[in-house]
Design a protein around this ligand. Structure first.
Ligand code: G4P
Length: 524
């Protein structure tokens, strides 16, 4: 089949949510549709000791959380579905952000009893900044939750995106009867088991138990209000990330999940052209190209290997092909390649734009590297570096192990799970992460994979601001504005709090304090 036909079938997306909104439950239902699993692993293995397919690393099993992002892929009808899992825990890493650079759309799950939560907001910001189309699933309708209008208002207000309700709930919690499907003008009945019966609007009067029901009548009134509000569904606005189609349902029941999945994959965009070295690289270009968005060491403790995750951006990948690594200009034969279904890996023979492949990394790749078939190389736009929020000094417990310590530090930094800084005054190692959990993972992995004990010294939450080297005057910085350098030798100051940041700015109006999040936003 041609590169173009294959590429058109790809749907590559991530599911984002705040912890406990139902991401694992929903993902599992998708995997069931794709026949990837036969039964749902009891979520997080709390009750039966089984684990959800997407939670697979050792530490994940111990703690019952997804630490790293894994990839799942399966064919569904005419589509080839690639789901990139993102850690759902409150503490997550830069890795989560980067995963979003490898997808073409995003499913956002919102807990209908809670609404928008902190994590959703953070991840949403990144989607918005990259113009990624967002499809919303409001979950847990089988529970008494918040008013659906309020939820839509909140999405619009907090996230600054227009909503279009694709369906509308009839009651909720104990009174939950089903949904009104606006596109197909039918009522889809919630029966409590997995069958979903549909009744066209104009046949509802034949069902007095529905027609005379109060909950039903008010749902229809709400629908009229919604129609009256005059928001039109716009595929264009959806593709631009300016409107989000909203679906109501319950991942657990499950109810409305298959319809959501089918409508989502039919609307979700296929791989789009990507910017590289000033040009746009079309996904149906014959020659293979891709970029590395994640590197992970020691995925298989028995082998101590490193795997680089490549998002295929164009052409056809074939096992054993030669590619050029644009950073070094060297030719590399891609012989050891894998596709992932959580921890089980299969050797992959071919892949197309939109697919994610894992390649064996003999320590030559870096995050952001571009791989191109042929000699004529180019470079896909840099992946943004995201500012860490938590900083700690790190020291090795036993100085005799300094060598392993440095090796572990180096490799884990290359994976992008943490960022490394050097303090200018004392030459100490300071690590920065997007969340607290990363430190626990770091400590655990240093112990288990490098056999090194580490100790942290808290320097508290800090606000990082990058500096222009020509403006750096060391005497102006102190403990409240700790001056450090990042891996690329850029200067930054770690401010203790908003107050010290403002104080410094007032005192030194000539020094530019650069907020990376804003830089990323503007550079898009
Ligand atoms: P996450 O990956 O986003 O963190 O969420 P996860 O799927 O693990 O779901 C979090 C909890 O919410 C789970 O309960 C799950 O069963 C429940 N849940 C998910 N979808 C629905 C839904 O549609 N309706 C209802 N009522 N519950 C849902 P849990 O972890 O087993 O916690 P517990 O309730 O047993 O303590």
């Amino acid at each position: 089949m041609s590169v173009q036909n294959e590429m058109k079938k790809r749907r590559t997306f991530a599911i984002i949510s705040h912890p406990d909104a139902g991401k694992t439950t929903l993902t599992e239902k998708f995997l069931l549709f794709g026949n990837l699993i036969r039964e749902s692993g009891t979520v997080k293995g709390k009750k039966s000791g089984k684990f959800a397919t997407s939670d697979w690393m050792d530490i994940e099993k111990q703690r019952g959380i997804s630490v790293t992002s894994s990839v799942m892929n399966f064919p569904y009808k005419d589509y080839q579905v690639n789901i990139l899992d993102t850690p759902g825990h409150e503490d997550f890493s830069e890795d989560t952000y980067r995963t979003l650079t490898a997808v073409d759309s995003v499913v956002m799950i919102i807990d209908g009893t809670k609404g928008i939560e902190a994590q959703t907001l953070k991840l949403f910001k990144v989607c918005k900044m990259r113009g990624i189309p967002i499809f919303t699933f409001i979950n847990k309708l089988d529970r008494e939750g918040r008013d659906p209008f309020d939820l839509l208002d909140e999405i619009e207000g907090e996230l600054g995106i227009e909503t279009y309700a694709m369906n509308w709930p009839v009651g909720m919690g104990k009174r939950f009867k089903g949904i009104l499907d606006r596109q197909n003008e039918q009522f889809v009945q919630f029966t409590g088991n997995e069958t979903e019966t549909s009744i066209p609007y104009d046949e509802i009067n034949d069902h007095p138990e529905l027609a005379d029901d109060e909950t039903f009548a008010s749902a229809f009134e709400e629908l009229e209000l919604l129609d009256g509000a005059g928001v039109e569904f716009s595929m264009d606005a959806v593709q631009q990330g300016e409107q989000t189609p909203v679906f109501f349902g319950s991942a657990l029941a499950p109810f409305g999940v298959r319809t959501f999945f089918e409508e989502f994959i039919s609307m979700a965009p296929q791989p789009a052209p990507r910017k590289a070295s000033g040009d746009m690289i079309s996904p149906d270009k014959e020659e293979f190209s891709g970029f590395i968005f994640k590197i992970q060491a020691n995925m298989n403790p028995a082998h101590r290997d490193r795997v680089a995750f490549v998002r295929v951006c164009s052409g056809k990948f074939e096992r054993g092909m030669n590619v050029t690594l644009d950073r070094t200009g060297k030719s590399i034969k891609l012989a050891q390649t894998q596709q992932f279904v959580a921890s089980s890996r299969e050797t992959i023979q071919e892949a197309y734009a939109g697919d994610i492949i894992g390649i064996y990394d003999p320590n030559v790749y870096r995050i952001g590297d571009t791989l191109v078939e042929g000699k004529e190389t180019f470079h896909f736009e840099e992946l943004p570096q995201f500012p860490p929020e938590v900083f700690k000094k790190v020291v090795v417990e036993n100085v005799m192990k300094s060598k392993q310590f440095k090796k572990g530090l180096e490799q884990l930094v290359q994976e992008g799970a943490i960022q490394l800084f050097r303090s200018l005054r004392s030459d100490e190692y300071i690590i920065g992460a997007v969340g607290q959990l990363q430190y626990e993972v770091f400590e655990y992995r240093m112990k288990n994979e490098y056999n090194v004990g580490v100790r942290f010294e808290d320097i508290g939450e800090r606000i990082p601001r990058w500096l222009k080297s020509e403006q750096v005057d060391r005497s102006k910085f102190d403990d409240r504005s700790l001056l450090v350098k990042d891996r690329e030798e850029n200067y930054l100051a770690l401010f203790k709090n908003d107050f010290s940041l403002r104080w410094f700015q007032d005192k030194n109006p000539d020094i530019d304090l650069i907020d990376l999040f804003e830089v990323n936003q503007y550079s898009q």
